[in-house]
Design a protein around this ligand. Sequence first.
Ligand SMILES: Nc1ncnc2c1ncn2[C@@H]1O[C@H](COP(=O)(O)OP(=O)(O)OP(=O)(O)O)[C@@H](O)[C@H]1O
Ligand SMILES: [Mg+2]
Length: 301
Amino acid sequence: MDRAEGAGVGTRAEAGVGGVVSLRSPGRGCAVELAGVTQRFVKDGGRQVFTALRDVSLQVRAGEFVSLVGPSGCGKSSLLWIVAGLVRPSAGQVEVLGKPVSGVSREVGIIIQQDALLPWRDARENVALPLRFRGMSKREARARADDWLNRVGLKGFESSYPHQLSGGMRKRVAIAATLAFEPKVLLLDEPFSALDVQTRNLMENDLLDLWTGSGQSVLFITHDLEEAVGLSDRVVVMTASPGTVLADHKVDLARPRDLLEDRRHMDFIRVYSQIWDGLRREVMQAHHHDTARRPVSGGAN
Ligand SMILES: Nc1ncnc2c1ncn2[C@@H]1O[C@H](COP(=O)(O)OP(=O)(O)OP(=O)(O)O)[C@@H](O)[C@H]1O
Ligand SMILES: [Mg+2]
C-alpha cells in the first residue's frame, strides 16, 4: 500500500486532536452531540485570535437526517471537522455514538467540501482503498467497490480516472467511497454545490434512496435551503460569524419524499418560508459585514 495515500487523514487527525472531549451527561439516542463548542483560530502569525464558532450546542439523534445552514464563513465546515475528529475544538464537549470524540473513527464517514479523490487512482481504487486501510482483502474491497459504484449509478466507469469523469460523477465516487464502509454517522459538506441543477436534483433523490432504511445518522451542510428542507428531518440555522445555533426547525413532511414533486406543495413552502425568515437576516448581516471590510477600489492583487 502506498504510504502517502494512507497518511492523508491520519496525519491531520493526529496533529489536530490532542485529547478526549467529553460530555458530562450525554443525550439518549444521540448519534452526534455538541455542547458549548467554541472554536478559535490564530490569525496574522499569532497577532489575532478569531472566533469561528461560539458556544454551539447541537444534537443529531440516531437515524436522523439533519441539515445545517448558515451564511458563508459562519463555521459550518469547521464544525463538521470537529465532529469528524479531524480538529479539536478550543472549548466544549463533543460526542459521537455516545463516546467522546478523540480522533477519527471508523463509524464516521465524511465527505469534505473539496474534491478529495486520488487523481492517480481509478474510480474502483478510490472506493476500495479506504476499505483496504480498514483491513479488507484486495479482492473483497474491489468487489465491494464495484457494488457501490453500481449503486451510485457508475457501472461501467470503474476503471475511469477522476479527470475522465464529470463533476457529478466524481461526487458519486466520493459518496460511494464513504458509504462503502457503512459508517453509522455520515457527515456531508455541500456535496452537491458544484453541480448543475438537474444533476443535483437527481443526486439528492439518490442520496435519500441510499439513506432510507440504512439507519444512518446524517449531518448535511448546504447553502441551498430547498435542498435542506427536502432532505431533512430537522434544519438547524446558524448565525453569521461567529457561528452559533440560531434556530432548530423540525421538518414534518412525510417520507418517502420525491424532491422534485414536494417542492411545489404548500406544506413544503410553509416550512421553507419559516426557516428563510431567520436565515435571511443572517445572510444579509454576513453580506454587509463582508462588504464593509472590502477595499473600495483596486485593493486586491
Ligand atoms: N485553519 C484555520 N485557520 C484560521 N481560520 C480558519 C481556519 N479554518 C477556518 N477558518 C476561518 O473560520 C471561519 C469559518 O470557516 P468555515 O470554513 O468553517 O466556514 P463555512 O461556514 O464552512 O463557510 P462556507 O459556507 O463558505 O463553506 C472563516 O472565517 C475561516 O476563514
Ligand atoms: Mg464550508
